[in-house]
Design a protein around this ligand. Structure first.
Ligand code: SAM
Length: 247
């Protein structure tokens, strides 16, 4: 997987993209990462990437030309023959989710375009394969969004996590929150680990985890139950948790 970012603050990526799992993925050659400076595609003395909006209004907008020129080069086979999907970060984009991370993890090369100031001149979006929003709030720039999305994608790539099955047992992977997890000691300040987890009976542990994932989802994120894949018995249990009638 190759991820390239285009932004006016490429230095922001240095530590996050070199630390822990992302750093290991890069050193293993599973992730190739490049942070490009949008100012490389400007032609004036001040390396200008922003300008005032037509029609007036506060703040400055990111100009089209540097973005178009940068993408002309980054998307060209001369730069890299592997076809890329170009993704813009904007609060108006489709909400990011685990399902979208899983979809993007299937791609070979992604170009992430990060805005600043008041965002982009609307015409840049003619170059977008997709636009992604991290959520209903406004960040100062798209770099953090690009890092979040890179992190979520990278940990799904085969060979990145020690146990390849683990990202598929986590929150959202089956439309549910993750079941509660515990580690040693078995009793901490009087708080006990559920006895079933100490039983060594893997069948019972799996069944308990499934029901606890449903319980936790019903209590904390009942909206997720609408699309979760539940058996009729599980649905009855989830409804009972929501109504306060389940054990
Ligand atoms: N004026 C814009 C609006 O109201 O939609 C917000 C611009 S924001 C201050 C600057 C840049 O940060 C955006 O161009 C985008 O790249 C990034 N950004 C801000 N919030 C974001 C979000 N929720 N999701 C993804 N990117 C975001």
């Amino acid at each position: 997987m190759i991820i390239e970012t285009l932004s006016v603050f490429p230095e922001m990526f240095t530590t996050p993209m070199n630390t822990s799992i992302l750093g290991i993925a890069r050193r293993k050659g599973i992730l190739e990462f490049h942070a490009h400076d949008l100012r490389e595609w400007t032609h004036d003395r001040h390396r200008t990437t922003d300008d005032q909006p037509y029609g007036g209004g506060q703040g400055l907008l990111m100009k089209c030309d540097p973005v178009f020129e940068a993408l002309d080069e980054l998307e060209s086979p001369k730069h890299n023959p592997i076809p890329a999907k170009t993704i813009f970060f904007t609060p108006s984009g489709e909400p990011f989710s685990q399902a979208l991370a899983t979809e993007l993890a299937q791609e070979s090369r992604l170009i992430f375009v990060c805005g600043r100031y008041e965002g982009f001149d609307e015409r840049v979006y003619t170059r977008a394969d997709r636009c992604i929003s991290l959520g209903d709030y406004v960040l100062t720039g798209g770099e953090l969004a690009a890092m979040v999305v890179s992190d979520a994608i990278c940990r799904l790539l085969p060979g990145v996590l020690g146990d390849e099955a683990s990202p598929y047992e986590e929150s959202f992977s089956e439309g549910l929150l993750e079941f509660p997890q515990y580690t040693r000691p078995a009793v901490c300040r009087g708080l006990e680990v559920p006895a079933i987890l100490l039983s060594g009976d893997h069948g019972k542990v799996d069944a308990w985890r499934r029901m606890e994932a449903i319980r936790k989802t019903a209590l904390l994120r009942p909206d997720l139950l609408e699309t979760a894949d539940l058996t009729p018995e599980e649905k009855t249990f989830a409804n009972g948790v929501c109504n306060g009638t389940a054990d």
